[in-house]
Design a protein around this ligand. Structure first.
Ligand SMILES: [Ca+2]
Ligand SMILES: [Ca+2]
Ligand SMILES: [Ca+2]
Ligand SMILES: [Ca+2]
Length: 459
């Protein structure tokens, strides 16, 4: 156990489940962007930029301890949007939801709520706004200076497109300067850098965060959303039949020199989803069935089995009581064969990311956040402290969420991996609504000995 806590930030006022990373002030070092949102409306309510130790660079919006809970993905990204060498922060302000489609937790169904004032549902407990039957005005993409948070520009995007967005090259320019924007589950749009809507995709549920890649090599990005590959102009390149539940996790990877499209999904139409590996031209190479394959991630978990394997977080099989049974983290080889399986208690929620924790070509590990079932009283699961574990499921590190004064808490929600400490290995970032931590691997990094050394100093 060599994990060392290098940053502990008290985030009770401005923190939460969602944190973005990027160099905001152009000094080459990463900063943190804490994002808060209203858990009912999903509206972004506060952005707080800090250095890695919590010193605030700027804040936009109003911080609130009530808005650390993230219901869904959030439409906030860091990118050099205007290509001047410095990053901007882009975020989407919602349109007016004139007739809201709201998930009612108590009733367990969607209901329609008339509302025509901005912020009218803010702070409403027990509801989650998923979309609207009717919108007024448009959504607005705001572009902020990364170093100051001052607005540089803004432009209109389609009213429902406030779920999340991705940068893509749709117009054939030298870099990704266009946008894919979407709503929760019904629409996806291509938008040019100038804010012009290029196309609207409605043929299938786009699922969660899409992946973009130039799959056909024409210098423009396709959008992969599961059973469908969308061309840069919004045309459908191919569609495959299969259980039509929305994708939870998508990747485009290169295996044996060929592009492969991987996605996972849960159950739909009474059928079980799972993990699917497709060719770039839309043939299925293999399928592996799971109860609810929430996450699939590629990595070099067991390099002796080839350059790529896949880790799957399976939330388990739905039973009549509503509790999912036999959740597990499963490692697959590149042909979809199961290599190992680590079981978790029935009803567990599992979140994980691949992490290069050991460095220097050692096998990748998983950073895992394990919780019980979602608890509505605290609007999150009760959590087990995060761990780093090997492909075989062996725990390498325990990373207790820790306050600046050193005392530990179980109040955290996710883990992330990024090399923010500059030693070529990835750190573990632990995000929560009270504190934020960075753990680094303090173990010495093995290096080959140099020989035929000289110290001729020039005289
Ligand atoms: Ca920086
Ligand atoms: Ca810029
Ligand atoms: Ca292309
Ligand atoms: Ca590092």
């Amino acid at each position: 156990m060599t994990a060392r806590l290098v940053s502990a930030i008290d985030t009770r006022n401005f923190g939460g489940d969602t944190v973005r990373l990027g160099d905001l002030n152009r000094d080459g070092m990463q900063e943190l962007l804490f994002v808060q949102s209203d858990p009912c409306t999903r509206a972004v309510t506060c952005l707080t930029a800090t250095d890695l130790f919590g010193k605030v660079l700027w804040q936009a919006g109003t911080p609130s301890p009530d808005n650390g809970c993230t219901y869904s993905d959030l439409a906030v990204q860091i990118y050099d949007w205007d290509n001047d060498g410095a990053n901007e922060v882009l975020w989407v302000e919602q349109a007016i939801y004139a007739e809201s489609i709201v998930w009612d937790y108590a009733a367990g169904k969607h209901i329609i709520i008339p509302t025509t004032r901005r912020g009218e549902l803010n702070g409403r407990k027990g509801w989650a706004q998923e979309g609207a039957k009717r919108y007024e005005e448009t959504a607005i993409m705001h572009v902020l200076d990364g170093a100051t948070g001052n607005e540089k520009t803004k432009f209109q995007i389609p009213a429902p497109a406030d779920d999340c967005f991705a940068f893509a090259n749709l117009t054939g320019g030298p870099r990704r300067s266009d946008l894919i924007v979407k709503d929760r589950y019904w629409n996806m749009w291509g938008v040019s850098h100038e804010g012009q809507v290029l196309w609207n995709y409605t043929k299938s549920n786009p699922g969660h965060y899409p992946v973009v890649a130039d799959v056909d090599g024409d210098g423009r990005d396709e959008v992969f959303i599961g059973w469908n590959l969308i061309d840069h102009d919004g045309a459908i390149l191919w569609t495959l039949p299969g259980a039509q539940s929305h994708q939870d996790s998508v990747h485009v990877v290169r295996m044996d020199g060929k592009l492969r499209l991987i996605f996972s999904h849960g159950e739909g139409e009474g059928l079980n989803g799972g993990v699917h590996c497709l060719t770039a031209d839309g043939n299925e190479l293999w399928t592996r069935e799971f109860g609810h394959a929430q996450i699939v991630v590629p990595g070099q978990f067991q390099p002796d089995l080839g350059p790529i394997q896949f880790a799957v977080a399976d939330l388990g099989w739905v039973q009549s009581a509503g509790v999912r049974k036999q959740p597990a983290i499963v490692i697959l080889d590149q042909d979809g064969r199961e290599i190992s399986r680590k079981p978790y208690p029935d009803g567990a929620s599992i979140f994980m990311v691949r992490i290069d924790w050991l460095g220097d070509g050692a096998p990748h590990c998983l950073a895992v956040a394990e919780g019980g079932p979602f608890d509505p009283a605290i609007r999150r699961s009760r959590m087990v402290p995060p761990v780093i574990q090997s492909a075989e499921g062996k725990v390498v590190e325990r990373l207790p969420p820790t306050w600046p004064d050193g005392h530990e808490t179980e109040n955290y929600t996710y883990v992330a991996a990024a090399d923010v400490w500059g030693d070529s290995r990835e750190e573990t970032l632990v995000t929560g609504r009270e504190c934020f931590n960075i753990y680094t691997n303090a173990d010495l990094l093995p290096r080959e000995t140099l020989y035929n050394a000289t110290f001729y100093h020039g005289r």
